[in-house]
Design a protein around this ligand. Structure first.
Ligand SMILES: Cc1cc2nc3c(=O)[nH]c(=O)nc-3n(C[C@H](O)[C@H](O)[C@H](O)COP(=O)(O)OP(=O)(O)OC[C@H]3O[C@@H](n4cnc5c(N)ncnc54)[C@H](O)[C@@H]3O)c2cc1C
Ligand code: SF4
Length: 474
């Protein structure tokens, strides 16, 4: 009761918008211990259910308070393979579920403590490869090296199986590497984890597009189990007149390009040569990002760093309330309330940034390349129809579509004859897909989601694979 919540410190938006280093800072140990000491060690810790991984939050909060950092990382690694990913990138659904958050804005800074524990552990050399004590002789193929694939790979390798991860990109990490920018997580951290997996004996085959370079059905026959962790990568398109004009791109095409550029400038270099750049750039342009989520924010952050002339982010849904609406999302649920992204703070400071809600796009215009967007107010409910008489024009010479993702690509499910669910994801209710020995996890199974869910899915899927292997004839 005597210690106030002190959240994650950040670098000044106007200053950080000129570089690609992480924008969050770390508190001194004494302050972190104070923050850990705010945890009330509740009899029923709701934060456990807020965290998709079921992280043992009160345990490590208390260990940090007592300055016992090594047992803290042991407790944290028990449920989370990659706390440095979640500690930086998780939206922290545990915090709105913290009992202190009944008084809004007071939750324990759980995510900050998690991040401090893992950073300390790496700095002290406590994170080392854990090779299995026995080899089972079983062979598992995992397609996709995002957080789901890597978590499944680590769990299965530590259980003594031989694990091969197939990845079509030139470097591993999935969206953590090629979607999320360095200013949220520097890629040396992804590389460091991959090195741990390699030292544990996981085999990584980069530049292999399964379904194209190798037949998925052949992989299934060659291995004792096949895990699909291919993400949800088919983007939602905007079917309005003028969509075909140059200068209108899917957000991920831009983000791949920016992440590759940053890797070329600052490293770490990928193991394979990247494909040639498509030349999508925001420099000096009037940029409009359609979509208000994480993907949109990362586009804004990159456009600001490229010195765009202006950056406007449009969202079709109405502006949410500033405070938790108790009648809609009462504690301990994740509140639907206004969150101004890190990137919009930067855009407002440096690039004439603007964020507009309840906006619908009616069409694009321009001679060959996009020059204008035609927008209008949107109705408050789906299908968010145009409000007559509100039509207006917005200057735009780069438009980035960040309106979410539909489902995974279907080439592999088709080769294997897998069932899909109603949304087009791989149907695998308990991680086993409809073909014996084939499993799915992460965004490929649940649709585009969060890193914390991807890690959880990778872990749960590994358990399902274990049960399958145990039932195979010796
Ligand atoms: C721009 C952006 C920013 C995000 N920011 C955040 C954030 O800040 N916090 C958060 O919690 N979540 C964030 N997310 C969501 C999060 O990144 C995903 O939910 C998570 O990465 C899903 O993990 P995954 O392993 O299931 O799939 P992915 O990370 O998509 O990985 C799938 C992997 O499979 C590979 N692959 C696909 N098909 C094949 C094939 N045929 N052959 C071989 N390899 C293949 C892909 O190349 C990729 O490496 C963000 C998403 C985006 C798009
Ligand atoms: S992984 Fe996310 S939800 Fe879980 S404790 Fe960490 S920040 Fe909270």
């Amino acid at each position: 009761m005597r210690v106030a919540r002190e959240g994650v410190p950040e670098r000044d938006p106007a200053e950080r918008a000129h570089d690609y280093r992480e924008f969050t800072l770390t508190r001194p140990v004494a302050e972190l211990r104070d923050q850990g000491g705010r945890c009330m060690d509740c009899g029923v810790p709701f934060c456990h259910s807020g965290c998709p991984l079921g992280n043992l939050i009160p345990d490590w909060n208390d260990l940090v308070y007592r300055d016992r950092w090594q047992p803290a990382i042991e407790a944290l690694h028990r449920t989370n393979n990659f706390p440095e990913f979640t500690g930086r990138l998780c939206p922290a659904p545990c915090e709105p579920a913290c009992v202190l958050e009944i008084r809004e804005g007071d939750a324990v800074t759980i995510k900050q403590i998690e991040n401090a524990i893992i950073d300390r552990a790496f700095a002290e050399g406590w994170v080392t490869p854990q090779r299995p004590a026995v080899e089972t002789g079983r062979r598992i193929a995992i397609v996709g090296s995002g957080p789901a694939g890597l978590a499944a790979a680590q769990q299965l390798r530590r259980a003594g199986h031989s694990v091969v991860v197939f990845e079509r990109d030139e470097a591993p990490g999935g969206l953590v590497r090629f979607g999320v920018p360095d200013f949220k997580i520097e890629k040396a951290l992804v590389e460091r984890r991959v090195e741990q997996l390699l030292a544990e004996g996981v085999e990584l085959r980069l530049g292999v597009d399964v379904g194209v370079d190798v037949d998925a059905a052949e992989l299934r026959l060659e291995f004792d189990a096949l895990v699909l962790a291919v993400g949800s990568r088919v983007p939602r398109d905007l079917h309005v007149p003028g969509r075909e004009l140059e200068g209108i791109h899917f957000a991920m095409d831009y983000l791949y390009e920016r992440n590759r550029w940053v890797a070329a400038q600052y490293g770490p270099a990928p193991a394979l040569a990247p494909p040639p750049a498509a030349g999508i750039s925001a420099a000096g342009k009037h940029v409009v990002v359609i979509g208000g989520g994480d993907t949109g924010a990362d586009c804004v952050g990159n456009a600001v760093r490229e010195r765009a002339s202006s950056v406007t982010q449009l969202e079709i849904v109405p502006e949410p309330p500033q405070l938790r609406p108790d009648e809609v999302t009462p504690w301990p649920l994740w509140p639907t309330k206004l969150r101004i992204s890190y990137a919009m703070k930067e855009a407002r400071e440096t690039a004439h940034g603007e964020l507009d809600f309840s906006v619908v796009t009616t069409h694009f215009s321009g001679a060959g390349s996009v020059a204008s967007m035609h927008i209008a107010d949107a109705g408050r409910e789906p299908p968010f129809a145009t409000v007559a008489g509100t039509e207006r024009e917005l200057q735009a010479d780069l438009v980035l579509l960040a309106m979410g993702f539909l489902h995974p690509e279907h080439a592999i499910p088709e080769q294997l004859g897998l069932e899909l669910d109603a949304r087009g994801n791989v149907h695998a209710p308990a991680y086993a897909a409809s073909l014996d020995g084939v499993f799915a996890c992460g965004d490929a199974r649940r649709g585009q989601s969060l890193i914390v869910w991807a890690i959880n899915e990778g872990r749960q899927c590994a358990r399902a694979v274990q049960r399958h292997l145990a039932a195979l004839p010796v």
